[in-house]
Design a protein around this ligand. Structure first.
Ligand SMILES: [Ca+2]
Ligand SMILES: [Ca+2]
Length: 345
């Protein structure tokens, strides 16, 4: 269902295609007629020879560089215009930005602009204006989907569009909109313990329990947690899945669930514990502490030393390249946390 919507939106271009009827008078003035598709119109034009030159066709386009976006993903909204034979001097518009996204600064082509807090933007072209004939980009707006955005369609509306063309009165053009779909995703955060420095030997897999097809998930580490990079639900068949997070020296975290194509999944994992260096019970306990201390035996074992066959990553619980008393401290900390949090929940 979401896929078919996505195809539909590929076809949705915001276009206001406005044809003006022009009646030339002997005085050289041209009268711009009312248009069904442009709520208001105005302006006049003429040349010294009495002919009419005011452009007959306006095409405004609001487009996105991606029809579907995920939580946390960046994309661009592009406003462009096609007006045969016109020189654009400046203008203004109001841009409504849905709350599911946050934006950067718009980037105007060869123009300066001012924006107020209500989304009203006034722009001015450089000296002499900008000649427009073929499709010309007015601005590009970089946007990012917020991490708490709900999946679904969002609409960008550009309205109150006024263009100053040539030396004529400002011309009020219509409204323009673009629909973008935020796709349901699988994402998550994994709490870390003891100041984890790297993700060496740590991975997460999504396994279809029916077909046993496996997908390795991309992980990133920030100061306090591991993030599962959001992945579009549309990539997966419906059915039951297992999510596993595992690492050398860590307890394994697993859950089974039915894929929710409408809403997606966001896992908050707090019981992926460093310290399970001994035994197969998926627990951190005194035996692990004893094993680490015996292995360490008062030495600092570094992965930096050449041909260091003694370094075993499973004991390097904070993944700083050394096995030392700090890793024993991590084990104690995680042992307490695992007592409070229960066994591998
Ligand atoms: Ca253990
Ligand atoms: Ca270490």
């Amino acid at each position: 269902m979401i896929k078919s919507k996505g195809v539909l939106f590929l076809l949705v271009f915001c276009m206001i295609f406005s044809t003006y009827s022009i009646a030339a008078a002997n005085t050289g003035e041209a009268v711009i007629g009312e248009s069904d598709t442009v709520p208001k119109s105005g302006g006049s034009g003429g040349d010294d020879q009495g002919g009419t030159y005011f452009p007959g066709t306006f095409l405004l386009m609001l487009e996105a560089d991606k029809p579907e976006v995920k939580k946390g993903e960046s994309f661009s909204l592009v406003f462009s215009v096609e007006m045969e034979g016109s020189v654009l001097k400046g203008g203004s518009f109001t841009l409504e930005i849905p709350q599911q996204v946050e934006g950067g600064e718009p980037v105007f082509e060869e123009m300066t602009y001012e924006a107020d807090q209500d989304g009203n933007i006034t722009f001015t072209a450089g000296e002499g204006g900008i000649s427009i004939s073929e499709k010309t980009t007015i601005f590009t707006l970089p946007l990012t989907v917020k991490d708490d955005a709900k999946p679904g369609e969002i609409t960008f509306v550009l309205k109150n569009t006024v263009f100053a063309l040539d030396d004529d009165e400002p011309l009020e053009l219509g409204e323009c909109e673009k629909v973008v779909t935020i796709t349901a995703t699988l994402s998550g955060t994994i709490k870390t313990y003891g100041g984890l420095k790297a993700l060496s030997g740590i991975s997460a897999k999504l396994i279809n329990t029916g077909t046993e097809a496996e997908n390795e998930l991309e992980l990133t580490l920030d100061s306090s947690e591991i993030n599962i990079t959001p992945i579009s639900i549309n990539s997966f068949d419906e059915g039951m899945y297992k999510l596993s997070v595992f690492g050398a020296g860590f307890t394994t975290w697993e859950t089974e669930f039915e894929l929710d194509k409408e809403n997606g999944h966001n896992f908050s994992i707090t019981s992926f514990y460093p310290g399970d260096v001994y035994g197969d019970t998926n627990q951190v306990n005194f035996y692990d502490f004893h094993a680490l201390c015996s292995y360490l035996n008062g030495d600092v074992i570094s992965s930096e030393e050449e041909n260091n066959s003694k370094y075993n990553i499973k004991y390097d619980l904070n993944r700083d390249g050394k096995i030392d008393v700090n890793d024993a401290a991590v084990l104690v900390q995680t042992y307490i946390a695992s007592l409070e949090g229960g066994k591998n929940q």
